[in-house]
Design a protein around this ligand. Structure first.
Ligand SMILES: [Zn+2]
Length: 176
């Protein structure tokens, strides 16, 4: 008795989903930012990500995983001396700080996310489209970082390239 192609595909997809879930649940403590902001594997999020263009996908993914050009990540990699938010200096400049608490983004957060301040757990319930809309409006991680309206701090693309190059050099040095 033969096995239908459709059934085989279904079984493979199911196996891949289980593997994905197992890897997610086995994440180490170094991926705390991702665990703080992402609830886990989601078919809805997968569909949305596949509908995004490269920029949208990069911005939203880097924001939710913490692998971005915000100061805490740069500080861990070496190029910056301080992990503190460059604008308010109240806390480490993490994705959670920017998405949930950074005061200069209060009004935009209210417009796009429906609240002046949020908890990281609230981010888990937002659609990726909503997060992209806020990121797009603020210019976050797109061509630079603008953390307080048009007069906020802005890291120019040339500076970002310099930071990226230095980061890559440090990574290369530490792995060789
Ligand atoms: Zn801040």
């Amino acid at each position: 008795m033969g096995v239908s192609r459709q059934n085989t595909r279904k079984k493979i997809r199911c196996w891949m989903d289980n593997q994905h879930l197992a890897r997610w649940q086995g994440l180490k403590s170094t991926q705390t930012q991702a665990q703080e902001l992402i609830s886990g594997p989601s078919p809805t999020a997968k569909t949305k990500l596949l509908s995004f263009n490269k920029t949208q996908s990069r911005v939203v993914t880097s924001l939710l995983t913490g692998h971005n050009i915000l100061r805490r990540h740069l500080h861990l990699r070496g190029p910056t001396n301080s992990p503190l938010c460059r604008r308010c200096e109240a806390e480490d400049e993490t994705s959670a700080h920017i998405l949930c608490e950074h005061e200069a983004l209060v009004s935009l957060r209210h417009v796009y996310l429906g609240s002046f301040f949020l908890d990281p757990v609230d981010i888990k319930n937002l659609s990726l489209g909503t997060i992209w809309n806020l990121s797009k409006r603020t210019g976050l991680l797109r061509t630079g970082i603008r953390l307080g309206g048009t007069k906020g701090l802005f890291l120019k693309p040339r500076c970002i390239r310099t930071v990226r190059t230095r980061t890559q050099l440090l990574i290369n040095q530490s792995s060789s």
